[in-house]
Design a binder for this molecule. Structure first.
Ligand code: NAD
Ligand code: RM4
Length: 253
């Protein structure tokens, strides 16, 4: 039996990286997937094609998730295509590594806008629809190990990852009576476009030494925890966080 058979799943920032792997992982478990993407239409359409090849339905819709209207339009499109929304994965995010002392206000505001406000808008739009439908649902924020620890060049980013989970905690309380569960996944360091330039050979070697499982993560390492939280296996899990980091966080010495 598939874990997400016939479920309608929204994934933001799904054209590549972790979002793409989540979209495919959900489709492999029987879900139909509505993808949001920022700019790369070709990449998004190729994920759509991969999902259709699995025998599921999918479509991609462009939009800046920092704009509140993007989330509403995505939910409306998922309702029109799939008849409703059961799962919302707030994955879209940015991290332009930058020193703290001269970090420009525009970069701070944009990072908060995409990572935190974007999560808020899509969670709220999906929740409104789920409440209307009256059949519960699951909302999952892709937060980070950076919710738990800082980064020298991430002073604008790490607070947005903590804010995402704080939102999931409050939303879990607000939505529990509707059977809507809200949780976070905290990836460790996963090799994607977001950190390709930052992961120098030296930094990679340091991480590999620090991670008990001995390697950096791949996007596919994250999909399983999202599928779990989206599924009925997690029916009594809400307001929780799952750290998926190969053990990096606990490795002090
Ligand atoms: P990525 O750069 O490969 O993917 C980010 C995705 O978000 C892309 O598809 C991008 O187009 C999209 N996006 C960016 N701005 C957007 C906007 N304004 N509107 C809509 N979409 C937008 O990076 P990734 O590593 O796959 O990141 C996905 C999420 O995972 C992010 O929230 C990131 O913070 C989180 N995360 C990543 C890591 C890691 O090590 N890679 C670790 C922890 C958490
Ligand atoms: C994550 C974590 C990773 C970093 C990415 C960009 O949350 O901090 O180490 O590479 O963000």
């Amino acid at each position: 039996m598939l874990l997400l058979e016939g479920k309608s799943v929204i994934v933001t920032g799904a054209s590549r990286g972790i979002g793409r792997a989540i979209a495919l992982g959900c489709a492999q478990q029987g879900a139909n997937v509505a993808l949001n993407f920022a700019g790369a239409a070709d990449a998004a359409e190729s994920v759509v094609a991969e999902i259709r090849a699995l025998g599921r339905r999918a479509f991609a819709r462009q939009g800046d998730i920092a704009e509140p209207a993007t989330a509403g339009a995505l939910v409306d499109a998922a309702v029109a295509e799939f008849g409703g929304v059961d799962v919302c994965v707030a994955n879209a995010g940015i991290c332009d590594f930058h020193a703290f002392l001269d970090l420009p206000p525009e970069l701070l505001r944009r990072t908060v806008g995409v990572n935190f406000e974007g999560t808020f808008f899509v969670a709220q739009a999906a929740a409104r629809r789920m409440v209307e439908q009256g059949r519960g649902g699951a909302i999952i924020a892709i937060s980070s190990i950076s919710k738990l620890v800082g980064g020298e060049f991430q002073s604008h980013y790490t607070p947005t990852k903590a804010a995402q989970h704080s939102l999931m905690q409050s939303a879990a309380i607000a939505l529990g009576r509707h059977g809507i569960r809200c949780n976070s996944v905290l990836p460790g360091t996963i090799v994607t476009d977001i950190n390709r330039a930052d992961l120098t050979p030296e930094k990679t070697a340091y991480f590999e030494k620090r991670i008990p499982l001995g390697r950096l993560g791949q996007p596919e390492d994250i999909a399983g925890s999202v599928v779990f939280l989206a599924s009925d296996l997690a029916r009594y899990v809400t307001g929780a966080e799952i750290l998926v980091d190969g053990g990096m966080f606990v490795n002090l010495q």
